[in-house]
Design a protein around this ligand. Structure first.
Ligand code: ATP
Length: 300
């Protein structure tokens, strides 16, 4: 299969931490995907889109060079690649269309547990191993320190144990891998999430029309993930207090309850997580039958 110039091409990670979430996002957007392990280019049956499955580290280049129209990649990979291209004077233009709210992690410096740390100056002159030398170098320059950087493409956390470096600069989400390797996180140098990016070229009319359909769907899926549909019964005279506990519920639907003049049913979309504490506060105000439900899709 070759690329059709009228179909929007989107590069996503073939396998790894961002691949499942990227595919799920497209499925929730209504795209019919037929992705098998061996396929590197997949036609979307019901929209004019081709999905290219590649290594995460190749995505910024493919998008910046206009081989793919769009890509889903971590901010960390994107910024590292852009800094590298800046250095080699290669084209490094891209537009970040939106942050996708998955793949969250931080690029952090970690040192052996037993090593003393008294702030950034303690890093001066240290040898650190990382997959992100440009981001680490920018951090060193911004802080006026010198770091001796060793580039590694994987198993970075082993470097101090085998004497390759004093510490590391690597991606962290929970911190358990660091802990398991006797390391402590001392500085967060970059925070990252997956992002939808677009190359510098103007899209053809046909591709732009496809993007104009896809983008509101992506935004709708992201908004729905953050939002909850809430239904409850509330005392009529406590309505203002009830809605003020629920962020994003400025215009709730208020419905009468059969044979009850003093109570109403309230339905609303809340844009923030509802914690047990909030539900307990609602109950204390006299609410009952409190239901908090996930929303699958949202538009408008
Ligand atoms: P590839 O091999 O596809 O070029 P990779 O080796 O970076 O990429 P993964 O380890 O799957 O592949 O990571 C992909 C992306 O997932 C990272 O670049 C980062 O944006 C995100 N991510 C989220 N949490 C973590 C984490 N704890 N460790 C590493 N990456 C994470």
């Amino acid at each position: 299969m070759t690329l059709d110039k009228n179909r929007l091409t989107i590069a996503i990670q073939k396998s790894g931490r961002l691949s499942d979430e990227s595919q799920t996002l497209f499925k929730l957007c209504g795209l019919t995907l037929n992705l098998t392990d061996r396929k590197l280019l997949a036609h979307v049956a019901n929209m004019s889109i081709d999905i290219m499955l590649v290594r995460s580290s190749d995505i910024p280049g493919l998008v910046m060079d206009g081989i793919c129209d769009l890509g889903i990649v971590g901010d960390n990979t994107l910024q590292e690649h852009a800094l590298q291209r800046q250095l080699t004077l290669e084209a490094n233009d891209f537009n970040k269309i939106c942050s996708l709210k998955f793949g969250g992690c931080r690029l952090s410096i970690a040192l052996p547990q037993e090593m003393q740390y008294h702030g950034v100056q303690s890093l001066n002159g240290l040898r650190l191993a990382t997959t992100y030398p440009r981001l680490l170098n920018r951090f060193a320059q911004d802080n006026g320190i010198h770091i001796d950087i060793t580039k590694l493409n994987g198993s970075v956390e082993l470097a101090p144990r085998v004497g390759l470096a004093d510490g590391i600069c690597d991606l962290v989400s929970t911190g358990t891998t660091l802990e398991a390797n006797g390391l402590k996180e001392v500085e967060v140098i970059f925070k990252s999430k997956a992002a939808l990016i677009k190359g510098p070229n103007r899209l053809s009319e046909a591709k732009q029309a496809t993007l104009d359909t896809l983008l509101p769907r992506i935004k709708g899926v992201l908004k729905a993930r953050e939002s909850k549909y809430i239904m409850l019964h509330a005392p009529k005279d406590k309505l203002n207090e009830v809605t003020s506990l629920l962020p994003g519920s400025e215009t709730p639907t208020v419905l009468p309850l059969a044979e009850r003049d003093d109570r109403v049913a309230v339905h609303m979309v809340s844009t923030e997580t509802i914690f047990w504490e909030t539900m307990e506060q609602l109950k204390a105000l006299g609410c009952n039958s409190i239901l908090v439900m996930p929303i699958e899709k949202m538009m408008g």
